[in-house]
Design a protein around this ligand. Structure first.
Ligand code: SF4
Length: 200
C-alpha cells in the first residue's frame, strides 16, 4: 500500500494508525474504535466538520462539541473536554517520518492532545502528509493558517496574501507550535488516515 512506510513509522513511535480508503470507511473505523456512550471532546477541525461526525455520532455518544453549546459556555466546555473519555481532532500536518505538527492560537486543542483525555483520535486526509517536520511547519504557515485566518476573518498578513508574513499581529493564530514525536505518557493515541482530501 502507498502509505505503508508512514503507517510503520507511526507504529514505531507508539501511535495506533488505521488506514481507510474512503471517508465512509474512516467513519466506520472511528465508530468501531470508540466505545458507545463515551464522552468525546473535539478540537476545532474542518475535517471533523466535513465528515459530519457530530451529526453521525450524536445519538450514540456524549458529544462535547462547540456547535452543540451556546457560545457563552464555550470556555467551560474546553475544560470539560479536557476531562472527556476521548478527544477527536485532526492534525495540521503528518510527517512521513511519523510526527504530527500542530500550531494553535488558544491552544485548547494541542493542550488536550498533550495532557487531556486518555484516548486521542486524530482523523486526517492524505492531503496533510508532508516529508518531515520542517515541511510540516511550512505547510501549517503557508497552507493551513492562511485558510484558517481567512475563514475566521483575522487581521493577519496571511489572510490577505495566502502566505505567512511571520506576523506579530494580536490576531495571530500561530501562538504555540507542538510536535508530537510520540503519544505523551499514558495516552492511547489513534490515527485514522483517510485516502481523500479533507480539511486543510
Ligand atoms: S505567523 Fe501570522 S502571518 Fe504567519 S501564518 Fe501565522 S497568523 Fe499568518
Amino acid at each position: 500500500m502507498r502509505y505503508n512506510e508512514l503507517l510503520d513509522n507511526l507504529k514505531k513511535r507508539g501511535f495506533h494508525p488505521y488506514f481507510a480508503s474512503s471517508r465512509e470507511e474512516g467513519i466506520k473505523i472511528i465508530r468501531e474504535i470508540i466505545p458507545k456512550r463515551s464522552s468525546i471532546g473535539f478540537g476545532g477541525s474542518v475535517t471533523v466538520d466535513e465528515l459530519d461526525l457530530v451529526d453521525i455520532m450524536k445519538d450514540e455518544y456524549k458529544l462535547l462539541h462547540r456547535s452543540l453549546y451556546d457560545k457563552s459556555k464555550h470556555e467551560d466546555l474546553y475544560w470539560e473536554m479536557a476531562r472527556a473519555d476521548w478527544y477527536i481532532t485532526s492534525t495540521n500536518a503528518i510527517a512521513q517520518t511519523g510526527e504530527l505538527i500542530n500550531i494553535d492560537g488558544r491552544a485548547n486543542r494541542v493542550a488536550a492532545m498533550l495532557y487531556g483525555p486518555k484516548n486521542i483520535l486524530v482523523v486526517c486526509g492524505v492531503n496533510k502528509i508532508v516529508k518531515d517536520i520542517n515541511e510540516g511547519i511550512d505547510r501549517v504557515r503557508n497552507v493551513a493558517a492562511p485558510l484558517n485566518t481567512k475563514r475566521l476573518a483575522k487581521n493577519t498578513p496571511c489572510a490577505i496574501t495566502g502566505k505567512c508574513g511571520n506576523c506579530l499581529s494580536p490576531d495571530t493564530i500561530c501562538k504555540a507550535t507542538v510536535i508530537h514525536h510520540h503519544p505523551t505518557t499514558g495516552k492511547n493515541f489513534y490515527i485514522v488516515l483517510i485516502d481523500e482530501k479533507l480539511g486543510y
